[in-house]
Ligand binder design. Structure first.
Ligand code: FE
Length: 263
């Protein structure tokens, strides 16, 4: 993450601090590390891509649900969110297709992506995003999706996008098409979470109520936890059920259970 958090209100700085451990459990997840060192198996790779597909496919709809909450002309924060969401809807429109390209080039056909089996633990994050974008207030919903999910995606994608070992798994002529989704998220999404944070900060103001801050923090943490759960389960499904308890316990261990006390 590039910008200095010192320029944000204290409640935003606290929000970043209190969710950092959960964010790192996603950004340093074994699934991406094993993509980057090219040790991920074809079955694990398939489970990651098929399992995360609904989240990618629905992401523009999440922006649209939030856009529906806005109006123009009465509040600078809402005006800013409206124009940012509308602009990003256009940018996001190609990403689903590029995700399918990534899968196809690396061995998972389109039909499998669209209709293949995926565990409920991996689709929970999509259900959560739909729920919070439909029912949560604008700041909370943008925090759960544009800040948390896009932000942490921008943190793990560079290590895969820059990996020579990973790209060497496919023929040279297919590398550009296969890596385009990774490349754009490694590059352009770097600015997105900060833009979203600016808007969230403006929407909630410099001194929101403790209850509102707790709601936004809880939304961010839930997105991180469900993202990590999905990545855990993708690897577990490939390894077989016996791997579940050990991997899940290891993945959860470093997140302090008291981090959300009172939330
Ligand atoms: Fe995207």
């Amino acid at each position: 993450m590039r910008r200095s958090i010192a320029n944000y209100p204290h409640w935003i700085q606290d929000l970043i601090g209190e969710s950092t451990e959960r964010r790192l459990r996603v950004s340093t997840h074994e699934a991406w590390r094993r993509m980057a060192d090219a040790s991920i198996t074809p079955l694990e790779h398939r489970h990651v891509l098929v399992g995360f597909w609904p989240l990618i496919e629905r992401f523009p709809q999440f922006l649209a649900l939030n856009l529906l909450k806005t109006s123009h002309g009465r509040d600078a924060g809402i005006d800013g969110a409206r124009s940012w969401l509308a602009k990003n809807l256009r940018i996001e429109q190609k990403h689903a297709e590029w995700f399918l390209d990534w899968a196809e080039v690396f061995g998972t056909p389109r039909a499998e992506m669209l209709d293949g089996w995926r565990p409920v633990e991996m689709t929970a994050i999509t259900d959560w995003c739909w729920h919070v974008c439909q029912h949560g207030d604008l700041a909370e919903a943008m925090a759960a999706t544009n800040y948390a999910i896009e932000g942490v995606t921008g943190e793990w994608t560079p290590m895969v996008a820059d990996s020579e070992a990973y790209r060497s798994r496919v023929p040279t002529e297919n590398v550009e098409r296969g890596m385009r989704w990774l490349r754009v998220h490694a590059d352009y999404d770097d600015a997105h979470p900060w833009d979203a944070l600016d808007l969230i900060s403006q929407l909630a103001g410099p001194d929101p109520s403790p209850a509102r801050v707790r709601g936004i923090l809880a939304a961010v943490c839930k997105s991180y936890d469900l993202y990590r759960l999905a990545a855990d389960v993708a690897l577990e499904c490939a390894a077989g059920a016996q791997a579940r308890p050990a991997r899940r316990a290891a993945s959860r261990a470093a997140v302090a259970p008291t981090a959300l006390a009172g939330a």
